[in-house]
Design a protein around this ligand. Sequence first.
Ligand code: KG4
Ligand code: ZN
Length: 357
Amino acid sequence: MSATPLTVLGIESSCDDTAAAVLRGPEVLSSVVHGQTALHAEFGGVVPEIAARAHVEKLDVAVQTALEAAGLRLDQMDAIAVTAGPGLIGGVLSGVMLAKGLAAASGVPLVGVNHLAGHALTPRFTDGLAFPYLMLLVSGGHCQFLRVESAERFHRLGGTIDDAPGEAFDKTAKLLGLPQPGGPAVEAEAQAGDAKRFAFPRPLLDRAGCDMSFSGLKTALLRARDAVVAEHGGLRPQDRADLCAGFQAAVCDVLVEKSRRALADCSDLTGFAVAGGVAANGAVRAGLQGLAEAEGLPFVAPPLRFCTDNAAMIAWAGQEAFAAGQRADMTLAARPRWPLDDRQPALLGSGKKGAKA
Ligand code: KG4
Ligand code: ZN
């Protein structure tokens, strides 16, 4: 990284958050996020066309607000960094087109950023974490272990083969009549629940490696719910709490055990970091922190606003890429899929919130 900190505008629109931010080195001068939760609420998931239209409406507003809050003009930026994938293509395209327009009009260089690299590099600007570290990226659309070796080199050790955990939390909430996003609602219910009442599976723990699966857990929850409803004619508050506690404990156990294996596969790590909305879960955080402590490694969980989708992480990843000499031009493409580690086989399937990688 150069001696003078770079000032970079970041733009993010790959899922259901329209975001812009300005970073100078690791300092966040501004970070604006317009969420779309209300727009998608009645559909039980993100509707790509609605998301893309909302991004088009909000992107220029977000950029203007971010620049004003930073007290800077566009021509004072060293670079404009934009998420070029992976994600819902309409949203990614909206961001890329805007960034190209801004770059063409101002002459500021353009950098295309991988959204997953944004998440994976976040502990560098929030906590100054040095390479190499292990990152567990765990959100509504992603779930993977990455050994982050440099700003351009990510080794994927494993990940979900079906649903992401956030998606499973959201489906659980839906099945139990709780509001979206499901994670916080399920966590709140679980506080009063008995995690041992229902015996939920711990998928793939019997298989070596760090791959995970969460879709069977959802089916197990559906069966357990139906059995209770058949017996009692409905769900009582304690039933709901026990189902949530049992589900959450199963997710925690899988994440902690697979993290243990991922850590065992790595050497010389500077720390174990998490990012993504599910990292907000107190039980998940506590489990992972306990593991890191047992392994004698620093545990880094960035503040929640930088764990979930945001543009500060894009501006930071853009700085690292720019410092390494990367430049995009008007041919920069929007990519629905863009695995961070292209030495690994591509992931199949795409989550409710977009392509996983
Ligand atoms: O990272 P994020 O904001 O968006 C992407 O998926 O990219 O993550 C959102 C996901 C949702 O599925 C939400 O239910 C989950 O994170 N989540 C939680 C909690 N807070 C948010 N899951 C479990 N416990 C929580 N406290
Ligand atoms: Zn994300």
